[in-house]
Design a protein around this ligand. Structure first.
Ligand code: SF4
Ligand code: SF4
Length: 345
């Protein structure tokens, strides 16, 4: 059966709220009073100006407050070193980017260094369990507010990537990105911090260089967060684009497990890269906003609208990656349907 995807070409507060409320009313189970609701956002990396701004998220928060739900703003820590690599810096960038003004708690979902995670059983082809940021896993409902834009590995990213990659703990992000464990490269000062913090006793200091014993490594990614010189290397090329898309879809399935969900995806300021980058170039026309309880429909509609507005797949053109596989695979594993009905408001 086709899922309803609500679509607005306007970006004003009233339109955003109406759109979100219409999508909520189409959900099989409504978000209600007392529901701990994770509003999953991206607070924007330092230097990035294209993330969905607080002013566009405010109408969603107001709608949730109107039904007496308990919303909080959340994101999980990153795999790379930047302003979102630990909760302290992450909160700092969220404050600098104006998110405190929304008047709801800001909670970094996987704790100070990405160590707070919950394993969720999904029994899918790649993963039997996924490692989801704990505060997201505990929530009753999730509202992924996503910026639709390009992504080097996935081609494009919106609701599915926000749920999958965005809700994985740091260790979860590592296993989505790569089948290979991290290693230590140039820049190691032999300070020993990674040795002290490795929970698996998998790092040794040999002379002036730390070394990871891969047979012992459990892939927790702790060493990535503690190394201040960036010497711990993430094997970014350790999985193909199709594999990353499939892994991300399975993680999205886990993040959603047992939860009410309504997605809101902003299709404007479309950039070639994700909001983890300091600003990247604009590649396409602004289209509007889509909202739906079904993340796959929401993503398919966003993609179709962009292709229609620009006359071609601008994501594939910019990144060289065909991102449509994530839509097919997400549908295949039961995350949602690609069959949608666009309802214009
Ligand atoms: S924390 Fe970084 S610099 Fe220090 S020993 Fe480990 S890899 Fe080397
Ligand atoms: S990923 Fe975790 S277990 Fe592996 S070496 Fe780094 S800190 Fe140790």
């Amino acid at each position: 059966m086709a899922a309803k995807v609500f679509f607005s070409q306007r970006f004003d507060a009233e339109s955003i709220r109406t759109l979100f409320e219409r999508a909520c009313s189409a959900a099989a189970v409504n978000i209600k009073a007392g529901d701990r609701t994770a509003v999953k956002v991206h607070f924007g990396e330092e230097g990035n100006t294209r993330f969905v701004p607080p002013s566009s998220i405010r109408p969603v928060i107001e709608a949730l407050k109107a039904v007496k739900a308990a919303p909080f703003l959340t994101d999980a820590n990153t795999l790379y070193r930047g302003m979102r690599v630990n909760a302290t810096d992450h909160m700092e960038i969220a404050a600098r980017h104006g998110f405190k003004a929304l008047g709801v708690p800001i909670i970094i979902a996987d704790g100070e260094r990405g160590e707070e995670e919950t394993e969720i059983e999904i029994e899918k082809r790649i993963f039997r369990k996924v490692r989801i940021a704990a505060r997201v896993a505990e929530a009753d409902a999730i509202v992924p507010v996503s910026h639709f834009k390009g992504h080097i590995l996935c081609g494009f990213g919106g609701a599915i990537k926000n749920l999958g990659m965005g809700c994985g703990s740091r260790a979860g992000k590592l296993e989505m990105h790569s089948k290979i464990r991290p290693s230590i490269g140039a820049g190691c000062l032999a300070c020993g911090k990674c040795v002290e913090n490795c929970p698996a006793d998998a790092i040794s200091l040999e002379g002036d260089q730390a070394e990871i014993i891969h047979e012992r490594c459990i892939g927790c990614a702790e060493c990535i967060s503690v190394c201040e010189t960036g010497a711990v290397e993430v094997p970014w090329a350790g999985a193909t684009s199709r594999e990353v898309q499939e892994r991300c879809a399975e993680y999205a399935f886990g993040a959603l497990s047992g939860k009410k969900c309504v997605c809101v995806t902003f299709i404007n300021n479309i950039t070639s890269d994700c909001d983890c980058m300091a600003d990247s170039r604009l590649i396409g026309k602004d289209v509007g906003i889509v909202s739906s309880p079904d993340p796959v429909s929401c993503e398919q509609a966003a993609y179709d609208l962009v292709v229609k507005a620009n006359g071609r797949d601008i994501f594939r053109e910019a990144t060289g990656t065909d991102g449509r596989h994530i839509l097919e695979y997400s549908e295949k594993i039961g995350l949602g349907t690609r069959d949608y009905e666009l309802v214009r408001i």
